[in-house]
Design a protein around this ligand. Structure first.
Ligand SMILES: Cc1ncc(C[n+]2csc(CCOP(=O)(O)OP(=O)(O)O)c2C)c(N)n1
Ligand SMILES: [Mg+2]
Length: 321
């Protein structure tokens, strides 16, 4: 598959936007400006970007506790993400949700979630609705390696397979579930090989290579949209920050391992490729960097000057009979 230079540059810009936004979230967390958990996807950006590049606004994404990248890649503005983590009324969930409850149905982001593996069944449910309504829409479940050992994984992919539902299962295998190595909870290092057992295609992809993810997702989205059924994509990747901000990052993985994966940074990797292929010059990449940085600075300023939710709205959105 030949990916046009303009698309490659768009993928680069989107990954950089996620990276710079999350680096800002880390700084803000360290200053005590963010309450609650903050799981970054620093190091894993290529997965969200390579998949979401193929989605339309009315395609639906169901995300995880590590979902800032999915939200941004699906089109939630950085200012709405930062404001949400700051608890401000202008956040995408009105400041009531925080990192693990980012919702923006208008762009098809159906929620980040602290419930591991929930995204799998939610995406299957949405795809079932699309299929009943005869709509050519696609749903995506992002989930981690830890979620792949939750019963929901097996129920979800089996049901999607028997009904040939338009869904992509995207496993972000970052080798750990919190501090539990995947190697210690699965005799088989690959999740993708489970797919044929349920009668759907599965593919292992270098999740730090955005072009590889883009290519695999193109086929999977096309399959789903054309009624040919679900696909399981397993993207091997790595988070270079602790599981969640404020948590320790020693005792379960080595500094050497983290450094080795940092050297495989998906953004640096694509930059080197763009330069070597002559798709972009140093100054063009610097220009993108400056533009992204400006967007993030503006988003931060927006969040800082945004109001807190009005106390009189305290009971809004609270379910009652
Ligand atoms: C149903 C459920 N079980 C357990 C937890 C506790 N928990 C929070 S994050 C996490 C690890 C998830 O690992 P993985 O799916 O690999 O995602 P990653 O954090 O690596 O992105 C666990 C077990 C939870 N939040 N929900
Ligand atoms: Mg994991």
């Amino acid at each position: 598959m030949s990916i046009p230079g303009t698309v490659q540059l768009a993928l680069y810009r989107q990954m950089l936007l996620i990276r710079r936004t999350e680096e800002q979230l880390v700084r803000s967390y360290q200053l005590g400006l963010i309450h609650g958990a903050c799981h970054t996807c620093i190091g894993q950006e290529a997965v969200a970007v390579g998949v979401c590049a193929h989605l339309r606004p009315d395609d639906l994404v169901f995300s995880t506790h590590r979902g800032h990248g999915h939200a941004l890649a699906k089109g939630v503005p950085p200012r709405a993400v930062i404001a949400e983590l700051f608890g401000r009324a202008t956040g995408c969930s009105g400041g009531r949700g925080g990192s693990m409850h980012l919702f923006a149905p208008e762009v098809g982001l159906m929620g980040t979630s602290g419930i591991v593996a929930a995204s799998i069944l939610q995406a299957v449910g949405a795809a079932y609705a699309f299929s009943l309504l005869k709509q050519e829409r696609v749903s995506v479940a992002f989930f981690g390696d830890g979620a792949a050992n939750n019963g929901a994984f097996h129920e979800g992919i089996n049901m999607a397979s028997i009904w040939q539902l338009p869904v992509l299962f995207v496993c972000e295998n970052n080798l750990y579930a919190t501090e539990v190595p995947f190697a210690s909870v699965s005799r088989n290092p690959d999740v993708a090989v489970r797919a044929p057992a349920y009668g759907l295609p599965g593919q292992v992809i270098d999740g730090n290579d955005v072009l590889a993810v883009y290519e695999a997702a193109a086929e999977a989205v096309q399959r789903a949209r054309s009624g040919a059924g679900p696909t399981l994509l397993e993207c091997k990747t790595y988070r270079t920050r602790p599981h969640s901000e404020g948590m320790r990052d020693t005792g379960y993985r080595s500094a050497e391992e983290v450094e080795a994966w940092k050297a495989r940074c998906p953004i640096k990797g694509l930059a080197a490729y763009l330069l070597s292929e002559g798709t972009a010059t140093e100054s063009e990449l610097a220009q993108i960097e400056a533009e992204v940085q400006a967007v993030v600075e503006e988003a931060l300023a927006f969040a800082e000057r945004s109001p807190w939710p009005d106390p009189s709205t305290l009971t809004d959105h609270v379910y009652s009979l």
